[in-house]
Design a binder for this molecule. Structure first.
Ligand code: GTP
Ligand code: MG
Length: 297
């Protein structure tokens, strides 16, 4: 019997959702950073086996908001919960706030869907004692502890097997077995630049930052030319992103280009500019332009 289903990965910002999805799929489908709110739009990652296909929906971290970019993010993880057959809830052992644990359990129970709590970052040695505490607290939901960053093999296999058991039966897979994400190359390149911005910039800047690829020129298969903008919501962030003698922009560009070359398997020419669209995170037309469209009910 073949099995197919959507597995929504939910949790608070920075709890290790994207790292877990990448580890389960064995490919980098979703960008990762040490700063919260890295993922903004669900990322689809696909794992296909002999008798199953799992479509992981890597959701943005849980936030509450009435407007702007955070409202989009809230709608996004809420619809991931709605559209999933199974939920995986990530709970990181270094989370200090006990209410977060409670609220994620409540969210999963209220969804009426089968779900698995996954205790993440179990390799953080200073917090090792928290693994058992969380396991005890979640005992009735059969949690799995994992360190997706380090050596995930054992726990990853157990988690995959549990998920396969829970998948609904289906006639056939939804995607060809060599497809591991539904993102196109343009979107993946935008996300790569955004990840490098998270890496090289201060915490407060990336929230108001979007990346837009304006042109993706594949006419020369040996050198793909990519023209992209880093768009900021605050004018005073421009000089910080560019840096002294353009040092930050150069670092962001260089490491983005290397990763794009790996992804595309060819040389890349990357033309990167910094622009300001004041308060774009609060304006629906600009948000839509950058791919973050709020649904009106
Ligand atoms: N030590 C350790 N760090 C981890 C592990 N998993 C993730 N991290 C780190 O935790 C940080 C956040 O990881 P992400 O995967 O981006 O977390 P996320 O839940 O997707 O975050 P948002 O998209 O912002 O909601 C990164 O710095 C990761 O390297 C783990 O198993 N062990
Ligand atoms: Mg993420």
């Amino acid at each position: 019997m073949f099995k197919v289903g959507y597995v929504g990965v939910i949790g608070f910002p920075n709890s290790g959702k994207s790292t877990l999805v990448n580890a389960l799929i064995g490919e980098k489908v979703s960008i990762v950073s040490s700063k919260p709110q890295t993922t903004r739009k669900r990322i689809k990652g696909i794992a296909t086996g002999m008798n199953y296909q799992m479509i992981f929906l890597d959701a943005p971290g849980i936030v509450k908001a009435q407007s702007g970019l955070n409202q989009f993010i809230q709608q996004e993880y809420e619809s991931v919960i709605e559209e999933s057959d199974i939920l995986v809830a990530t709970l990181n052992i270094d989370e200090k706030d006990p209410d977060k644990l409670k609220s994620i359990v409540e969210l999963c129970v209220a969804s009426n869907k089968p779900w698995i709590p996954v205790i993440t970052k179990k390799d953080i040695s200073a917090k090792k004692h928290r693994v058992q505490i969380l396991k005890d607290q979640l005992a009735k939901y059969n949690p799995i502890a994992i360190s997706s960053d380090k050596n995930p093999e054992d726990a990853k296999q157990i988690l995959l097997e549990k998920l396969i058991e829970m998948l609904p039966a289906a006639e056939s897979p939804l995607y060809f077995d060599d497809i591991y994400t539904t993102q196109n190359l343009r979107e993946m390149c935008e996300e790569i630049v955004r990840e490098k911005c998270f890496h090289f910039l201060h915490q407060e800047i990336p929230f108001g930052l979007a990346v837009k690829v304006n042109k993706f020129d594949e006419s020369n298969p040996k050198l793909i030319k990519i023209y992209a903008d880093i768009v900021l919501s605050k004018p005073n962030h421009q000089s910080i992103v560019i840096g002294e003698k353009a040092s930050n922009l150069k670092r962001i560009g260089q490491s983005s280009r290397i990763e794009m070359e790996n992804l595309l398997g060819t040389k890349v020419f990357l033309d990167l500019h910094v622009k300001v669209r004041k308060n774009w995170t609060k304006q629906s037309n600009w948000m839509k332009e950058f791919g973050y469209e709020i649904k009106t009910l």
